[in-house]
Ligand binder design. Structure first.
Ligand code: ARG
Length: 269
């Protein structure tokens, strides 16, 4: 889980439009700093023993560094993302990479934020709808990927993707921000029988939950010392990185890493 990741790069990362509340086109990232930040994230994945695959970013795609929205993948099957208009030009690049690497491609007929709204947790897929993902995607994800889909809704635009509100630490442990989910979703999450770590909205708003964990090492942003301490107390290795530039696009570490190695279902054809 999360041992093979698809990344792009920050060479063309800009804030050209506003499709989430964190983006402000008058506040542009510093390209050098963004490149360094992204390279440090990739270096941390490699140091944790993860394998990295790479799709170069295209000049006309200022958000392409956020590969998580390109698809959600289980085994050999990739369900492509269907992002807002501003990001549609990214999809053919990711599609080509996935086709070249022999993934079976499924197109999303409705709005779909890819892994941004679809977090694998063992045989469960925590899937949000109502913002960047149309609810009609959930049965399709269950059919195509063989997951038991757990439908969730976030509590407002600040949590435009589920990966800002919930972080999967291991198949039996989730970190989550209660204020970022609506009441029925909280009940659903608390009823799953998983170990839950609460994260304060101040830390979640700094993208604390937008983390990559393989169950041994957690790669996360700086600025969330309480979550970092809690994870260390549980025996996890925690690597905290600067994500100041990426945050100008409304993203963090999880957003830049599409998991390529979600294990297929044991009894799936
Ligand atoms: N600017 C990008 C957008 O609004 C950020 C995407 C972040 N990705 C994520 N998985 N949360 O689409």
């Amino acid at each position: 889980m999360n041992s093979e990741l698809l990344v792009s790069d920050a060479s063309h990362f800009r804030v050209d439009y506003q499709i989430n509340p964190y983006m402000d086109p008058t506040v542009q990232p510093d390209t050098e700093a963004a490149l360094a930040e992204h390279q440090a994230i990739v270096a941390a994945h490699l140091a944790a023993g993860r394998k990295i695959q790479y799709v170069p970013s295209a000049p006309e795609c200022p958000d392409m560094v956020f590969t998580a929205n390109a698809a959600v993948i289980r085994g050999e099957v990739a369900v492509l993302g269907n992002p807002p208009r501003e990001r549609k030009t990214e999809i053919p690049y990711f599609r080509a990479w996935l086709e070249d690497h022999r993934y079976e491609i499924v197109e999303a007929p409705y709005a779909f934020s890819g892994q941004g709204d679809a977090l694998a947790c063992g045989d469960l897929l925590l899937a949000a709808y109502g913002q960047r993902t149309d609810g009609r995607m959930l049965p399709l994800l269950a059919d195509e990927l063989g997951y038991e889909v757990v439908p969730l809704r976030t509590a407002g635009e600040r949590w435009y993707d589920l990966d800002l509100a919930v972080g999967v630490i291991s198949p039996d442990t989730l970190a989550y921000c209660p204020e970022a989910l609506d009441a029925p979703s909280l009940r659903t999450l608390r009823g799953l029988g998983l170990e839950l770590i609460r994260v304060a909205p101040e830390e979640a708003a700094r993208f604390a939950l937008n983390l990559v964990s393989d169950g041994a090492t957690v790669t996360m942003t700086q600025g969330a010392p309480r979550l970092a301490a809690e994870l260390r107390e549980r025996g996890l290795e925690v690597v905290e990185l600067d994500t100041t530039e990426l945050a100008k696009g409304g993203g963090g570490i999880r957003c830049t890493a599409l998991a390529l190695d979600n294990p297929p279902a044991a009894l799936w054809p």
